[in-house]
Design a protein around this ligand. Structure first.
Ligand SMILES: [Fe+2]
Ligand SMILES: [Fe+2]
Length: 234
């Protein structure tokens, strides 16, 4: 559901927003630059926990390409920006902390690269008159599709079986679907809570208004002033 919603926003709302607000397009590109940089860090970090040289080589190659993507997005952002861009502080979650995390990380990388390649193609279509930015999105999407394939073949090589690889990819999809659902339900919960508060305010606010006004204007109910005569002080 969240994927469909994201696709719809990218296809319909984003081109309109970017046509009106060039700075917003620049900010989005800068945010992608930081996501790509984090991706590079995750690949580099994973190398420390891998023994197989061919997987290490793949991880290092991807790390370099992710850094290049980060640079390309940042350059494209600077070309579009009409004002100083804000900082996007991305909270980093270390995806690999021990050798046993590597297979799940490869499954996660495979699924994420596929998803980001699809997203980038959508963003390229949304760029409209920003042809330089569209070219950056399309170029990077080609690399991400390569990363997707490489992560999958490395996963099969790491776990030694196609069946286990498929199971891990399924687990990643399940976990992402659950996180997506939790995010949507939290937002829905916040919206329902805000709507109820609005209803309560409308119902009781007008009823209590006169009572509150009378209470505040009644001198016998007002809070005594500080200070006073000498005899009143202790
Ligand atoms: Fe990338
Ligand atoms: Fe990638």
């Amino acid at each position: 559901m969240t994927i469909l919603l994201r696709k719809l926003i990218t296809a319909v709302a984003l081109p309109i927003r970017w046509r009106r607000d060039r700075q917003h397009a620049a900010e989005t590109l800068k945010a992608f630059s930081e996501i790509e940089f984090d991706s590079a860090w995750q690949y580099l970090n994973a190398i420390r926990y891998v023994d197989q040289p061919e997987i290490q080589l793949m991880l290092f190659g991807n790390c370099l390409e992710e850094m290049e993507h980060s640079d390309k997005f940042l350059n494209a952002a600077h070309k579009l920006a009409s004002a100083r861009m804000g900082g996007h502080s991305l909270a980093r979650k270390e995806l690999v902390r021990k050798p046993n995390d590597v297979p799940y990380f490869l499954a996660f990388a495979h699924d994420s690269e596929r998803s980001i390649a699809t997203q980038f193609k959508g963003y390229a279509r949304a760029c409209g008159k920003f042809s330089d930015a569209a070219a950056v999105f399309n170029d990077i999407a080609i690399d991400e599709e390569k990363h997707e394939r490489e992560a999958r073949s490395s996963l099969v090589s790491a776990v030694g079986s196609e069946r286990t690889a498929r199971w891990l990819i399924f687990k990643v999809k399940l976990s992402k679907a659950y996180s997506g659902w939790m995010r949507v339900s939290k937002k829905l919960g916040d919206m329902i809570f805000a709507a109820w508060l609005g209803v309560i305010f409308l119902l009781f606010g007008s009823l209590l208004r006169n009572y509150c006004r009378r209470t505040l204007l009644n001198p016998s109910r007002q809070t005594p002033q500080l200070g006073g005569t000498k005899n009143e002080c202790y």
